[in-house]
Design a protein around this ligand. Structure first.
Ligand code: G1P
Length: 287
Protein backbone atom coordinates (compact mmCIF):
# COMPACT_ATOMS: atom_id res chain seq x y z
CA UNK A 1 0.00 0.00 0.00
CA UNK A 2 1.26 3.53 -0.80
CA UNK A 3 2.83 5.48 2.06
CA UNK A 4 1.11 8.86 2.18
CA UNK A 5 1.57 10.04 5.77
CA UNK A 6 4.66 10.94 7.78
CA UNK A 7 4.91 11.42 11.52
CA UNK A 8 7.44 13.85 12.93
CA UNK A 9 7.98 13.38 16.66
CA UNK A 10 9.03 16.87 17.77
CA UNK A 11 8.10 16.96 21.44
CA UNK A 12 11.63 16.38 22.82
CA UNK A 13 13.03 18.96 25.22
CA UNK A 14 16.36 19.42 23.44
CA UNK A 15 18.30 19.73 26.69
CA UNK A 16 21.63 19.10 24.93
CA UNK A 17 21.29 22.46 23.22
CA UNK A 18 20.45 24.60 26.22
CA UNK A 19 20.37 27.53 26.54
CA UNK A 20 19.55 27.80 22.78
CA UNK A 21 16.50 25.57 23.21
CA UNK A 22 15.08 27.18 26.33
CA UNK A 23 12.47 29.13 24.36
CA UNK A 24 12.72 27.60 20.86
CA UNK A 25 12.24 23.98 19.80
CA UNK A 26 15.45 22.12 18.94
CA UNK A 27 13.87 21.25 15.59
CA UNK A 28 14.00 24.97 14.75
CA UNK A 29 17.79 25.12 15.14
CA UNK A 30 19.22 26.16 11.78
CA UNK A 31 21.70 24.33 9.60
CA UNK A 32 23.07 27.25 7.55
CA UNK A 33 19.75 29.15 7.25
CA UNK A 34 17.16 26.38 7.29
CA UNK A 35 15.68 24.81 10.42
CA UNK A 36 16.16 21.08 10.95
CA UNK A 37 12.43 20.38 10.73
CA UNK A 38 12.24 21.95 7.30
CA UNK A 39 14.91 19.61 5.92
CA UNK A 40 12.87 16.65 7.24
CA UNK A 41 9.61 17.97 5.79
CA UNK A 42 11.22 18.60 2.40
CA UNK A 43 12.65 15.08 2.49
CA UNK A 44 9.21 13.60 3.12
CA UNK A 45 7.55 15.66 0.37
CA UNK A 46 10.34 14.75 -2.05
CA UNK A 47 9.66 11.07 -1.34
CA UNK A 48 5.98 11.50 -2.23
CA UNK A 49 4.49 11.92 1.26
CA UNK A 50 1.29 14.02 1.22
CA UNK A 51 0.12 14.27 4.84
CA UNK A 52 2.25 15.45 7.74
CA UNK A 53 1.59 14.74 11.41
CA UNK A 54 3.69 16.59 13.97
CA UNK A 55 3.71 15.20 17.50
CA UNK A 56 4.46 18.36 19.45
CA UNK A 57 4.48 19.45 23.06
CA UNK A 58 4.37 22.62 25.10
CA UNK A 59 6.68 25.34 23.78
CA UNK A 60 6.66 24.03 20.21
CA UNK A 61 4.31 26.50 18.54
CA UNK A 62 7.21 27.98 16.53
CA UNK A 63 7.04 24.83 14.38
CA UNK A 64 3.37 25.44 13.55
CA UNK A 65 4.11 29.09 12.80
CA UNK A 66 7.03 28.15 10.59
CA UNK A 67 4.83 26.26 8.13
CA UNK A 68 1.99 28.80 8.26
CA UNK A 69 1.33 32.18 6.62
CA UNK A 70 3.13 35.11 8.25
CA UNK A 71 0.93 38.04 7.29
CA UNK A 72 3.02 40.87 8.77
CA UNK A 73 6.29 39.56 7.36
CA UNK A 74 4.81 38.91 3.94
CA UNK A 75 3.09 42.31 3.80
CA UNK A 76 6.38 44.01 4.63
CA UNK A 77 8.27 42.03 2.00
CA UNK A 78 5.56 42.83 -0.56
CA UNK A 79 5.79 46.55 0.20
CA UNK A 80 9.55 46.31 -0.38
CA UNK A 81 9.04 44.27 -3.59
CA UNK A 82 11.26 41.47 -2.27
CA UNK A 83 9.75 38.96 -4.68
CA UNK A 84 12.39 36.24 -4.40
CA UNK A 85 12.15 36.06 -0.63
CA UNK A 86 8.36 36.01 -0.86
CA UNK A 87 8.52 33.11 -3.31
CA UNK A 88 10.85 31.21 -1.00
CA UNK A 89 8.43 31.71 1.91
CA UNK A 90 5.57 30.58 -0.30
CA UNK A 91 7.36 27.33 -1.03
CA UNK A 92 7.73 26.49 2.67
CA UNK A 93 4.07 27.03 3.40
CA UNK A 94 2.08 23.82 3.60
CA UNK A 95 -1.23 23.38 1.83
CA UNK A 96 -4.42 23.85 3.89
CA UNK A 97 -5.10 20.69 5.85
CA UNK A 98 -1.81 19.08 4.86
CA UNK A 99 -0.39 19.21 8.39
CA UNK A 100 -1.93 18.07 11.64
CA UNK A 101 -0.54 18.67 15.11
CA UNK A 102 -1.11 16.44 18.09
CA UNK A 103 0.42 16.89 21.52
CA UNK A 104 2.40 14.38 23.50
CA UNK A 105 1.54 15.69 26.93
CA UNK A 106 4.32 13.94 28.86
CA UNK A 107 7.84 12.97 27.73
CA UNK A 108 7.21 9.22 27.82
CA UNK A 109 9.45 8.24 24.92
CA UNK A 110 9.61 7.96 21.13
CA UNK A 111 7.28 4.94 21.02
CA UNK A 112 4.70 6.86 23.02
CA UNK A 113 5.08 9.90 20.75
CA UNK A 114 4.35 7.79 17.66
CA UNK A 115 1.38 6.15 19.42
CA UNK A 116 -0.04 9.65 20.10
CA UNK A 117 -0.58 9.96 16.32
CA UNK A 118 -2.71 6.79 16.06
CA UNK A 119 -6.05 8.45 15.26
CA UNK A 120 -4.46 10.40 12.44
CA UNK A 121 -2.80 7.32 10.98
CA UNK A 122 -5.84 5.06 10.81
CA UNK A 123 -5.27 1.83 8.94
CA UNK A 124 -2.43 2.78 6.59
CA UNK A 125 1.35 2.37 6.65
CA UNK A 126 3.21 5.54 7.57
CA UNK A 127 6.71 6.99 7.76
CA UNK A 128 8.44 8.31 10.87
CA UNK A 129 11.18 10.92 10.52
CA UNK A 130 13.38 12.12 13.37
CA UNK A 131 14.45 15.62 12.37
CA UNK A 132 17.73 15.58 14.29
CA UNK A 133 19.03 12.93 11.93
CA UNK A 134 19.73 15.10 8.90
CA UNK A 135 20.14 13.03 5.74
CA UNK A 136 22.14 14.28 2.79
CA UNK A 137 21.18 14.19 -0.02
CA UNK A 138 17.71 14.40 1.41
CA UNK A 139 15.20 12.20 -0.43
CA UNK A 140 17.13 9.05 -1.45
CA UNK A 141 16.87 6.96 1.72
CA UNK A 142 13.16 7.49 2.26
CA UNK A 143 12.39 6.81 -1.40
CA UNK A 144 14.31 3.51 -1.22
CA UNK A 145 12.48 2.58 1.99
CA UNK A 146 9.07 3.32 0.50
CA UNK A 147 9.91 1.29 -2.63
CA UNK A 148 10.96 -1.64 -0.43
CA UNK A 149 7.81 -1.37 1.68
CA UNK A 150 5.55 -1.22 -1.37
CA UNK A 151 7.24 -4.30 -2.84
CA UNK A 152 7.21 -6.45 0.33
CA UNK A 153 4.74 -4.95 2.83
CA UNK A 154 7.49 -5.12 5.46
CA UNK A 155 8.14 -2.63 8.24
CA UNK A 156 11.30 -0.86 7.09
CA UNK A 157 14.08 0.60 9.22
CA UNK A 158 16.98 2.69 7.95
CA UNK A 159 20.39 1.54 9.22
CA UNK A 160 24.04 2.29 8.80
CA UNK A 161 27.27 1.06 10.33
CA UNK A 162 28.08 2.96 13.51
CA UNK A 163 31.25 3.10 15.57
CA UNK A 164 31.07 0.01 17.86
CA UNK A 165 32.05 2.29 20.75
CA UNK A 166 28.77 4.18 20.26
CA UNK A 167 26.22 1.37 20.06
CA UNK A 168 24.64 2.75 23.25
CA UNK A 169 23.38 5.75 21.26
CA UNK A 170 21.26 3.71 18.82
CA UNK A 171 18.75 1.00 18.23
CA UNK A 172 20.95 -1.89 17.02
CA UNK A 173 19.70 -4.69 14.76
CA UNK A 174 20.61 -8.35 14.41
CA UNK A 175 20.80 -8.81 10.64
CA UNK A 176 19.42 -11.90 8.91
CA UNK A 177 19.45 -12.72 5.23
CA UNK A 178 19.94 -9.99 2.65
CA UNK A 179 18.49 -9.31 -0.77
CA UNK A 180 19.93 -6.73 -3.16
CA UNK A 181 17.83 -4.01 -1.59
CA UNK A 182 17.28 -4.93 2.08
CA UNK A 183 18.33 -7.09 5.01
CA UNK A 184 15.93 -9.03 7.17
CA UNK A 185 15.88 -7.84 10.78
CA UNK A 186 15.83 -10.81 13.16
CA UNK A 187 16.52 -8.85 16.34
CA UNK A 188 16.52 -5.23 17.49
CA UNK A 189 17.56 -3.75 20.82
CA UNK A 190 17.61 -0.17 22.09
CA UNK A 191 20.98 1.34 23.04
CA UNK A 192 22.95 -1.77 23.99
CA UNK A 193 26.49 -1.50 25.39
CA UNK A 194 29.32 -2.34 23.00
CA UNK A 195 29.69 -5.72 24.69
CA UNK A 196 25.99 -6.57 24.35
CA UNK A 197 25.40 -5.15 20.86
CA UNK A 198 24.40 -7.83 18.33
CA UNK A 199 26.08 -5.90 15.45
CA UNK A 200 27.25 -2.40 14.60
CA UNK A 201 24.22 -1.68 12.39
CA UNK A 202 22.57 1.30 14.04
CA UNK A 203 19.05 2.56 13.40
CA UNK A 204 18.94 6.00 11.78
CA UNK A 205 15.80 8.01 12.48
CA UNK A 206 13.67 6.88 9.50
CA UNK A 207 11.01 4.17 9.64
CA UNK A 208 8.14 2.90 7.49
CA UNK A 209 5.70 1.14 9.78
CA UNK A 210 2.55 -0.84 9.34
CA UNK A 211 -0.43 0.49 11.34
CA UNK A 212 -0.34 -2.64 13.54
CA UNK A 213 2.58 -0.98 15.37
CA UNK A 214 0.05 1.21 17.20
CA UNK A 215 -1.48 -1.72 19.10
CA UNK A 216 2.00 -3.02 19.80
CA UNK A 217 3.05 0.35 21.23
CA UNK A 218 -0.09 0.50 23.36
CA UNK A 219 1.12 -2.56 25.25
CA UNK A 220 4.88 -1.78 25.19
CA UNK A 221 6.24 -1.24 28.69
CA UNK A 222 8.86 1.41 29.46
CA UNK A 223 12.36 0.17 28.56
CA UNK A 224 15.67 2.01 28.08
CA UNK A 225 15.82 5.14 30.32
CA UNK A 226 12.29 4.43 31.57
CA UNK A 227 10.67 5.45 28.27
CA UNK A 228 8.35 3.62 25.87
CA UNK A 229 10.74 2.87 23.04
CA UNK A 230 9.76 2.58 19.37
CA UNK A 231 12.53 -0.04 19.10
CA UNK A 232 10.77 -2.23 21.69
CA UNK A 233 7.44 -1.93 19.86
CA UNK A 234 9.15 -2.99 16.61
CA UNK A 235 10.83 -5.88 18.44
CA UNK A 236 7.41 -7.35 19.27
CA UNK A 237 6.61 -7.54 15.54
CA UNK A 238 9.60 -9.81 14.83
CA UNK A 239 8.53 -13.33 14.00
CA UNK A 240 4.97 -12.20 13.19
CA UNK A 241 5.54 -9.45 10.65
CA UNK A 242 8.39 -8.91 8.24
CA UNK A 243 10.85 -6.25 9.42
CA UNK A 244 13.60 -5.21 6.99
CA UNK A 245 16.51 -2.82 7.09
CA UNK A 246 17.56 -0.60 4.22
CA UNK A 247 21.10 0.78 4.32
CA UNK A 248 21.40 4.55 4.25
CA UNK A 249 22.63 5.36 0.73
CA UNK A 250 23.89 8.82 1.71
CA UNK A 251 25.38 10.74 4.60
CA UNK A 252 23.69 11.25 7.96
CA UNK A 253 24.53 14.12 10.26
CA UNK A 254 23.71 13.59 13.92
CA UNK A 255 22.18 16.98 14.62
CA UNK A 256 21.15 15.78 18.08
CA UNK A 257 24.72 16.63 19.13
CA UNK A 258 26.56 19.95 18.98
CA UNK A 259 29.41 18.58 16.92
CA UNK A 260 27.01 16.92 14.48
CA UNK A 261 25.12 20.19 14.02
CA UNK A 262 28.40 22.01 13.33
CA UNK A 263 29.50 19.29 10.88
CA UNK A 264 26.17 19.52 9.04
CA UNK A 265 26.37 23.30 8.91
CA UNK A 266 29.90 23.32 7.50
CA UNK A 267 29.28 20.50 5.03
CA UNK A 268 26.12 22.03 3.62
CA UNK A 269 27.59 25.55 3.60
CA UNK A 270 30.56 24.25 1.59
CA UNK A 271 28.14 22.98 -1.07
CA UNK A 272 26.12 26.17 -1.35
CA UNK A 273 26.97 28.16 -4.48
CA UNK A 274 26.21 31.49 -2.80
CA UNK A 275 28.56 31.09 0.17
CA UNK A 276 30.95 28.17 -0.40
CA UNK A 277 33.92 30.31 -1.49
CA UNK A 278 33.69 32.51 1.60
CA UNK A 279 33.14 29.53 3.90
CA UNK A 280 36.16 27.70 2.46
CA UNK A 281 38.32 30.77 3.02
CA UNK A 282 36.94 31.10 6.54
CA UNK A 283 37.64 27.48 7.44
CA UNK A 284 41.17 27.80 6.07
CA UNK A 285 41.80 30.97 8.06
CA UNK A 286 40.43 29.52 11.31
CA UNK A 287 41.93 26.05 10.84
C1 G1P B 1 16.25 7.35 18.71
C2 G1P B 1 15.87 5.87 18.70
C3 G1P B 1 17.10 5.02 18.38
C4 G1P B 1 17.71 5.48 17.06
C5 G1P B 1 18.04 6.98 17.14
C6 G1P B 1 18.53 7.48 15.79
O1 G1P B 1 17.10 7.58 19.80
O2 G1P B 1 15.32 5.52 19.94
O3 G1P B 1 16.74 3.66 18.29
O4 G1P B 1 18.88 4.73 16.78
O5 G1P B 1 16.87 7.73 17.51
O6 G1P B 1 18.90 8.82 15.87
P1 G1P B 1 17.41 9.08 20.34
O7 G1P B 1 18.49 9.62 19.44
O8 G1P B 1 16.14 9.84 20.26
O9 G1P B 1 17.91 8.90 21.74
Amino acid sequence: MAVKTAVFPVAGLGTRFLPATKAIPKEMLPVVDTPLIQYAVEEALEAGIENLVFVTGRGKTAIEDHFDVSYELEATLRSRAETETLEMLNEIRLRPGQAAYVRQMEPLGLGHAVWCARHLIGDEPFAVLLADDLLHPTGDALKAMITEHEATGANIILVQEVDPVHTDRYGIITPGESTETATEVVGIVEKPSTAEAPSNLGVIGRYILNPSIMDRLASTRPGSIGEIQLTDGIATALGTELVSAVTNPGVRFDCGTTIGLIEATLSIALERDDISTDVRALVKRLG
